[in-house]
Ligand binder design. Structure first.
Ligand code: ATP
Ligand code: MG
Length: 394
């Protein structure tokens, strides 16, 4: 029986389906996580009930993926996805099945799933249904395809990235034949949408072993995004960077740049369709670190004043994986000691300068000049002193 038990609302959905005469099981990632003693992100249920029957049983339900047999049910204020047992039709584009077919056989439903560890079904009775040896693979920490890996990756190329992602997030190895099939079929990843690739890369990047991104590169799964190169850069220093999206992307970019695997951090991030804040902060942080790592508190404060805190943190992350020094800690001490490095922290405002008679571009120039001065003389960030200094600038 699992170490973690499902919450009440999930049990109540399972009970309800069973009491209406349908079969219902927890399935996929939540079963895997429960067995491993990890709290699942979400709870997925599969059932013999057709989507229309699920909607009859639960009035508070929405057909969120009818094409794939998925109905979302709101139970006690929480939502659960319920998917009818199904098999997938043919795959024509290495991405999505052309159609799906609802079936009454649970084994057929589990057979379409990617890895044995994700193909275990758990009913309320607590006796797991595990036709592909998923429990043993969890025990042995192995990622293994359900069925022939070559065929499975041909059907859906995303599974290859998912394999590496699960190996990073769960700390598992990829079973030999599954790995060989990844190397053989990696070129098929070219057809995947950048957003889907990005989601997997980011999950690896934020895991305990971000260096598994090397595996993606080595096997050619990122050939659309980085240059093919037999000598992949050592990405293990990223593991020492806090699990912060901006900072880890910046650290990855700088190592890829140094290794000659990308020409431009910005282009790389844009191609992966990251949001604009990440593209901006991480690429700028990467370029700033490459153009010379700040060596003193004053240099760091100047960088913060010019580029903002998020960008400064990215620069420190990139710098840290480059030179192995405690750049992040140093920057953090500057941020938290209260020293002024931004107009917000300057003890004089635009309104004060207006009152003194400044206006237009001269006002902006005066603020910048005062900030510049205070970066070097933090003790003088005192209103009367600043007002006096401002008067001299009139
Ligand atoms: P996570 O912890 O990231 O949510 P998960 O295993 O729950 O991991 P999901 O993407 O939520 O992954 O998918 C739920 C389940 O659906 C999987 O466990 C797997 O059984 C099945 N699945 C998802 N994507 C695929 C795929 N591309 N091919 C085959 N089966 C898949
Ligand atoms: Mg999930």
């Amino acid at each position: 029986m699992s170490v973690i038990s499902p919450p009440k609302y999930v049990v109540s959905v399972l009970l309800c389906l069973e009491s209406h005469g349908f079969r219902a099981y927890l399935v996929g990632g939540c079963v895997r996580d429960c067995i491993m003693g990890r709290r699942p992100n979400d709870w997925d249920i599969c059932t013999s009930a057709l989507p229309s029957e699920v909607m009859e049983v639960f009035h508070n339900s929405r057909p969120t993926g009818l094409k794939h047999g998925t109905v979302t049910v709101i139970e006690h204020g929480s939502s659960v996805e319920i998917t009818t047992f199904r098999t997938d039709g043919v795959y024509l584009d290495h991405r999505r099945p052309e159609n799906v077919r609802f079936v009454s056989d649970l084994t057929a439903d589990l057979e379409r799933r990617d890895f044995t560890i994700n193909a275990i079904a758990l009913p309320l009775s607590g006796i797991a249904f595990d036709p592909f040896g998923g429990m043993a693979d969890i025990e042995n920490k192995l990622i293994r395809c359900v069925g022939d890996p070559d065929r499975r990756f041909n059907e859906d190329a995303l599974r290859m990235l998912r394999a590496v992602r699960f190996s990073a997030t769960l700390g598992f190895e990829i079973e030999e034949q599954t790995m060989a099939a990844i190397r053989k079929n990696a070129y098929l990843a070219k057809s995947l949408a950048a957003e889907r690739v990005c989601t997997e890369v980011e999950k690896i990047l934020l895991s305990k072993t971000p260096q598994k991104i090397e595996e993606l590169i080595r096997s050619g799964l990122l050939s659309e995004y980085v240059y093919a190169n037999k000598n992949v850069t050592d990405l293990s220093p990223i593991a020492l960077i806090p699990k912060n999206r901006f900072q880890r992307w910046a650290a990855l970019c700088v190592l890829l740049r140094l290794g000659g695997l990308i020409d431009s951090a910005e282009e790389f991030l844009l191609k992966l369709r990251l949001d604009s804040a990440t593209v901006h902060n991480a690429s700028r942080g990467c370029e700033l670190a490459l153009s010379g790592i700040p060596q003193t508190r004053l240099e760091w404060k100047r960088l913060l004043a010019k580029n903002g805190t998020d960008c400064g943190k990215c620069t420190a992350a990139a710098a840290e994986v480059m030179d192995g020094e405690n750049n992040i800690r140093q920057l953090q001490s500057i941020i938290s000691c209260g020293d002024c490095y931004s107009l917000k922290r300057l003890n004089i405002s635009g309104d004060d300068l207006l009152e003194l008679g400044f206006s237009g571009p001269k006002l902006g120039w005066a603020l910048d000049t005062l900030l510049d001065y205070i970066l070097e003389h933090p003790a003088e960030n005192v209103r009367p002193l600043l007002l006096e200094r401002a008067r001299q600038l009139l």
